[in-house]
Ligand binder design. Structure first.
Ligand SMILES: CC(C)(COP(=O)(O)OP(=O)(O)OC[C@H]1O[C@@H](n2cnc3c(N)ncnc32)[C@H](O)[C@@H]1OP(=O)(O)O)[C@@H](O)C(=O)NCCC(=O)NCCS
Length: 361
């Protein structure tokens, strides 16, 4: 993992682990709320507390994220030995320093609040603020320089392309929570690998099967101005993307987001498709179809007996996937087609009178 990745991992970790020794040589292990401020990882405590023991001592602080557990049978049908875990971790080695400058202590506390209470609801922290002056003076702030920082990402990089391809297929087939994200991370760690078949995209585009926070602003920008988002604020669009059960996307060679689609789904009966969009410059090259194929196949969507969506004019785009119009609504004088894809004979839709019009088509 590169340095920026390691810093980011430390910065977002809900908790970090500190290992050190007391002056008597006793081992010390603590779980901390750490924040990255400038080129230090900082944490706080009480000036008379046990954290004082480690001031001036050598220490290592680590954070880790489990990406996916890889069962042995993904690799070998009998031997247990190949069972492993894909993960990302960061470790910083250094000497625990005490921070005394009030403005730095205040900056640490402000960063801590921003990380753990991002919704706000408090007066901004400033060393001179009457609400905080005493607290800032009284708190113990400690930290370690990020100079000796190592990041490690164990994401299958040492495996052959065929082995990784097989792992990706198996992760997609398993579809446990986090597996779609693991697939994107494994691919990003081995960028020269060919896309597995479920992520095949038109030339110069890369499909992503687990979009997230880092994609939200770009995806929102693609959607603002569409007829179906009229009257919906950017913030609400953004939150709806992040709240989806399945959210896929596509990036071009420069890394720009050029398409997205999402679904909300219960994993068994229904999935609703929303926000299918391809950037103007990319339309007509098969990207929309690739995104829909990926979304319909997504672990959160593929088990749904019926998949639904609404469109004003893109019926011809959805029909080849098996969608049929089951009603036509009129909203503000415009026709909206509600389309259904019924995936099994015993879909349960018969119980719903609205669905019967779409049955068997
Ligand atoms: C609809 C949209 C996502 C399609 O993406 P795309 O990348 O251009 O689609 P593809 O190139 O993969 O096209 C796949 C097929 O669907 C057809 N198609 C594409 N857009 C269509 C549309 N709006 N209506 C009918 N058919 C359409 C294509 O002609 C192609 O057919 P072919 O295989 O017979 O050549 C894209 O045009 C778009 O973003 N439109 C604006 C937003 C929108 O309307 N989204 C749908 C809201 S419900």
């Amino acid at each position: 993992m590169d340095r920026a990745g390691a810093v980011a991992l430390l910065a977002r970790a809900p908790a970090v682990h500190l290992a050190s020794t007391t002056p008597e040589g006793e081992p010390v292990l603590r779980v901390l709320h750490g924040v990255v401020v400038g080129d230090h990882l900082l944490f706080h405590g009480a000036p008379v507390g046990e954290k004082m023991d480690v001031v001036g001592r050598r220490a290592v602080i680590s954070a880790e994220e489990i990406v996916a557990s890889i069962p042995s049978y993904f690799v070998d049908p009998e031997r247990a030995c190949p069972a492993t875990t894909f993960y990302r971790s960061a470790q910083v080695h250094g000497t625990i320093e005490r921070v005394d400058a009030p403005h730095l202590k205040a900056a640490m506390l402000a960063a801590l609040m921003e990380k753990y209470q991002p919704e706000g609801g408090y007066a901004p922290i400033d060393a001179e603020h009457p609400l905080y002056k005493k607290a800032v003076a009284g708190v113990l702030v400690l930290g370690v320089s990020l100079e000796r920082l190592d990041g490690k990402a164990k994401l299958g990089q040492n495996r052959t392309p065929a082995e990784i391809g097989r792992l990706l297929d198996l992760l997609w087939a398993r579809g446990a929570p986090g597996d779609a994200r693991a697939i994107d991370l494994v691919r990003a760690a081995s960028p020269s690998l060919a896309a597995p078949s479920f992520l095949e995209a038109p030339a110069d585009a890369t499909l992503l099967c687990a979009m997230g926070e880092a994609d939200a602003d770009e995806a929102t920008a693609l959607l603002v101005g569409t007829y179906w988002c009229e009257g919906t604020s950017s913030d609400r669009i953004r939150r709806s993307l992040l709240g989806s059960s399945a959210w896929v996307g596509a990036r071009d060679r420069s890394g720009a987001l050029v398409g997205t689609a999402r679904a909300i789904a219960d994993g068994a009966r229904r999935a609703w498709i929303y926000d299918v969009i391809v950037d103007d410059a990319w339309r007509g090259r098969g990207l929309g179809r690739a995104l829909m194929r990926l979304l319909l196949n997504h672990p959160a969507v593929r088990g749904a007996e019926t998949v639904l969506l609404r469109t004003r004019d893109a019926m011809g785009f959805y029909e080849p996937f098996g969608f049929r119009t089951r009603h036509v609504h009129r909203t503000d004088g415009r026709e909206i087609h509600e389309m259904i894809l019924a995936r099994t004979e015993a879909s349960g839709e018969a119980a719903c009178p609205l669905a019967s019009a779409g049955k068997g088509t």
